[in-house]
Design a protein around this ligand. Structure first.
Ligand code: PMP
Length: 296
């Protein structure tokens, strides 16, 4: 925190600080060779996430007390110091010291290990996930910047998740303010129709996801064209498969939406193929995309 490595229990700040006005990033490092194994780690999308953190700071008028290179190194240093030897998540957080103030910010980089749902034979991948279309619309750019990763935006997700749980679902899909499909509550959304992968555009109020960007690039390698365009709610109901993509969500298959079962097979075969390829990319086994990874 603020340039020093310390135990989480010592990373203390005044309750008067404007933590609620903060921004953050989520960055994952995966085990080299096999995402279900243990050993050396590679950070996925290291620079892309820190670039987005800078954009979030600019959009929300937060001061950045360090350079981009210093923050990149802070992420790496925190992973090394924790030495988990397994898949590791870091979450750089920046918040203003004073309410509304752009003068000075605090910076902290918490780190913790996580369990992936990727990797061959991973039972978590095939768990059933029943989604609903939320009655809450995804925040739109005329209210809050959806492209900034700020804590405030996550209240929108919290309402949708709470509504979904109240109604007996696992999670929800947001529509945007125009009524087109936007994204999940914590990840972007892709659907499969007739062998094509389709995902809503940035103008559908999504967070510009690092994972989505990578998926758009690598999915055509598997022979499936990717279309970035508006998606209607009914198209989603009629999809053969749908899945979430994001740092947290990785590649998460969706079983049904509003109790309408998607396709005939769960998890869908194309979703499974995409998830397996993605796991290989993250493990550093696909030469073509090795430059998406940075060894710690
Ligand atoms: N949308 C939302 C609302 C998210 O919270 C996330 C997770 N950061 C994503 C999309 C996916 O973004 P990324 O792939 O950059 O993690």
């Amino acid at each position: 925190m603020n340039g020093k490595v310390m135990p989480t229990t010592e990373a203390l700040v005044s309750p008067m600080e404007a933590i609620h006005l903060g921004i953050f990033e989520g960055i994952k490092a995966y085990v080299e060779g096999d995402v279900l194994g243990s050993g050396d780690l590679n950070i996925f999308g290291w620079k892309e996430h820190i670039d987005r953190l800078w954009r979030s700071a600019e959009v929300n008028g937060l001061a950045m007390p360090y350079t981009r290179d210093e923050l990149l190194e802070a992420v790496r240093a925190c992973i090394i110091r924790n030495d988990y030897n397994k898949n590791t998540y870091t979450q750089p957080r920046i918040w203003p010291k004073k309410s509304w103030g752009a003068d000075d910010s605090n910076v902290v980089v918490p780190v913790w290990p996580f369990d992936t749902l990727l990797g061959k034979g991973n039972k978590k991948f095939g768990e059933k996930r029943r989604f609903m279309v939320s009655s809450w619309r995804r925040i739109s750019s005329d209210a809050l910047p959806p492209q900034a990763k700020s804590w405030a935006n996550y209240l929108n997700s919290m309402h949708a998740i709470r509504e979904a749980r109240r109604c007996g679902y696992d999670n929800a899909v947001f529509l945007d303010n125009r009524g087109f499909v936007s994204e999940g509550t914590l990840a972007c959304l892709m659907m499969v129709r007739d062998g094509k992968v389709i995902t809503p555009p940035v103008t559908a109020s999504i967070l510009e996801s690092v994972t989505r960007g990578a998926f758009i690039k690598f999915i055509p390698d598997l022979g499936y064209p990717v279309e970035v365009r508006d998606v209607t709610r009914v198209e989603l109901y009629a999809s053969d498969e749908a899945f979430l993509c994001g740092t947290g969500g990785e590649c998460t298959p969706i079983t049904s939406i509003d109790d309408i079962k998607l396709g005939t097979e769960y998890p869908g075969p194309i979703t499974t193929e995409i998830a397996e390829y993605y796991a290989e990319i993250l493990a550093g086994n696909v030469n073509k995309y090795k430059d998406w990874l940075t060894p710690v």
